[in-house]
Design a protein. Structure first.
Length: 167
């Protein structure tokens, strides 16, 4: 069960969304999950790059192209909140006319069912300030630890009092 600092961080995210104008708990869970997923995508690509450098073998199926580097968590997380928000909400011509959210929605297009689940996904974080608060908190989460993602997910469902039904 989630306790201590991790619980406080997740609760902070809930509160930040609420005070930022997002009051639907399902929307909070959805948007929070998208941001965690984006952080994990960048982490996965970083691991693939480490392997490529170590073994000298070209990476197969990179998540991000070299041109999309600005759309990676490790590159956008330290940007000005408005610049970061624009990367999520406004297609960038110099980045093939896509957003960070577009990259996330199209991961696994080669044979995966992920694309089907993401078909109706919508970015609903209302302001650059809310986005920045969420990014700062998520960036501190120890997502590389094996059970953290599952514990966070379980806790979010418990907050809705539907974990037994939706678990």
């Amino acid at each position: 069960m989630i306790t201590g600092e991790l619980k406080n961080q997740v609760d902070k995210i809930w509160n930040d969304f609420w005070t930022g104008g997002v009051s639907n708990p399902l929307t909070v869970i959805e948007q929070f999950t998208y941001l965690i997923f984006l952080k994990r995508l960048d982490y996965k690509q970083l691991k693939m790059e480490e392997e490529e450098n170590l073994l000298g073998i070209a990476m197969k199926n990179p998540i991000y192209t070299e041109k999309q580097k600005a759309l990676r968590w490790s590159n956008f997380k330290d940007k000005d909140p408005q610049v970061m928000f624009d990367l999520f909400t406004r297609p960038q011509q110099e980045l093939d006319g896509i957003t960070i959210f577009d990259v996330m929605k199209n991961v696994g297009t080669e044979g995966g069912i992920f694309l089907e689940y993401m078909k109706g996904a919508t970015f609903m974080i209302p302001t650059p300030q809310v986005m920045d608060k969420e990014k700062q908190t998520i960036d501190k989460l120890p997502l590389e630890i094996k059970d953290t993602k599952g514990e966070i997910c379980e806790y979010k469902l418990d907050k809705l009092n539907i974990s037994e039904k939706a678990g």
